[in-house]
Design a protein. Structure first.
Length: 208
């Protein structure tokens, strides 16, 4: 069993961010998704490894708020926005996650997000809508970097937390699924690794 499976009690942390057509997971479109897989080096430090992402075609009858598109900067008619159907998008994201779960000896993946209830709601709604049967993610457990950053740095807004952690933040790239996912992943790794440094050794927990 790998060290990362011991670190998180058999869970593989995978950072996820979604961009959507609104706030209602049942009625509003899922438009972008990205996921960053985390790995652990020989010193017990976790780091961002592979990121997978895709643009998604709105499901039939999906609601899309103009304010949401203005906020994210998504242009549905952009000639280079190559979008795929929801079920294909889930397969593209989930396949490498499942492979990593197997390779690390983990039981399943656990979603890491900045206020992850939002991302998890849209992910689970898409899973239900498409009748997807093989999600690698725990259906309700998650790690919240807003909470962790509030503890570590006194900041809960992603951009401020990233800066407080000593990293750069590019407002021009914000609100794209890839950028937000990778900055959230780096923030999570920084906090987890710093905690291990404070304790003087990597934290490991055997699976019950």
């Amino acid at each position: 069993m790998s060290e990362i499976s011991n670190r998180f009690r058999g869970f593989l942390p995978v950072v996820v961010d979604v961009e959507t057509g609104g706030f209602n997971a049942d009625t509003d479109a899922l438009l972008e998704i990205a996921a960053s897989i985390l790995r652990m080096d020989e010193d017990g430090k976790i780091y961002r490894a592979e990121t997978v992402s895709c643009h998604i075609e709105p499901f039939p009858g999906a609601n899309i708020e103009d304010a949401a598109l203005e906020f994210t900067g998504i242009r549905l008619d952009h000639p280079f926005r190559i979008a795929i159907e929801e079920k294909d998008a889930l397969q593209k994201i989930f396949q490498p996650v499942r492979q990593e779960v197997r390779a690390t000896g983990c039981q399943r993946a656990i979603l890491v997000g900045h206020n992850p209830a939002f991302d998890m709601a849209f992910l689970n709604a898409a899973i239900t809508r498409t009748r997807y049967k093989r999600s690698p993610f725990h259906p309700f457990s998650s790690f919240d970097t807003a909470t962790l950053a509030g503890l570590a740095y006194g900041q809960t807004v992603l951009s401020r937390a990233v800066k407080a952690a000593g990293m750069d933040w590019d407002a021009g790239q914000a609100h794209s699924a890839i950028y937000d996912t990778e900055r959230t992943a780096d923030l999570f790794c920084t906090i987890v690794n710093r905690w291990s440094e404070l304790l003087g050794e990597p934290v490991l927990s055997q699976v019950d």
